[in-house]
Write a protein that binds this ligand. Structure first.
Ligand code: FES
Ligand code: FES
Length: 155
C-alpha cells in the first residue's frame, strides 16, 4: 500500500473488478464506492447504521457501508447491487412490486440475496428478522416479503 500525506492508495475488488484508489484513512466504503468508483447503487440514508440503504456484501455477508472504513476492505470481495443484476431476487422485486419510491430497494435486495444464500427456504420469522435490519420509509414491506417468498417457493 502506498502512503500519501493523509491518504493511502488501496486496491478494492468490487463486482469482480479491481480498482486502485486513493482514500483518506477515515473514508467510508459507501463514499468510496459512490464518489470514486461511481457506483451509485448503495444509497446514503441515515449514515449511522440504522436504515440499511447503503448495504452491500463483503465476502458474501451484508454490511452497512456507511459504517465501514474503505481501508479495511483490501483483499475482500465486495458486491454491490450492480453485481446482482438479473438475479432471481432482483427479478422477484420487480415482479412482486417490492418497491415504491425505490430509495431503500438496493439495500433490501442485497440483504434479501444474502438471506437466500444462507437459507434455502427461510421461515417467516427468519425473513422478518433479516429484513428488520433495513428500513423502508414508504412502508412497502409486503411487496418485499412477497419477493422473497417468490424466490423461496421456486426452489
Ligand atoms: S446509510 Fe448506512 S445504515 Fe443508513
Ligand atoms: S420504497 Fe421508498 S423508502 Fe422504501
Amino acid at each position: 500500500m502506498k502512503e500519501h500525506k493523509n491518504h493511502q492508495e488501496i486496491k478494492l475488488k468490487v463486482n469482480q473488478e479491481t480498482y486502485n484508489i486513493i482514500v483518506k484513512a477515515n473514508e467510508t466504503l459507501l463514499n468510496v464506492i459512490r464518489e470514486k468508483i461511481e457506483m451509485t447503487g448503495p444509497k446514503p440514508g441515515c449514515e449511522n447504521g440504522d436504515c440499511g440503504a447503503c448495504t452491500l456484501l463483503v465476502d458474501g455477508k451484508p454490511v452497512k457501508s456507511c459504517m465501514t472504513l474503505a481501508v479495511e476492505m483490501q483483499g475482500k470481495e465486495i458486491t454491490t447491487i450492480e453485481g446482482l443484476k438479473d438475479t432471481d431476487i432482483q427479478n422477484a422485486f420487480i415482479d412482486k412490486e417490492g418497491y415504491q419510491c425505490g430509495y431503500c430497494t438496493s439495500g433490501f435486495i442485497v440483504n434479501a440475496y444474502a438471506l437466500l444464500q444462507e437459507h434455502n427456504k427461510p421461515d417467516d420469522d427468519t425473513v422478518k428478522e433479516w429484513l428488520s435490519s433495513n428500513l423502508c420509509r414508504c412502508t412497502g414491506y409486503e411487496g418485499i416479503e412477497r419477493a422473497v417468498d417468490k424466490v423461496k417457493k421456486n426452489r
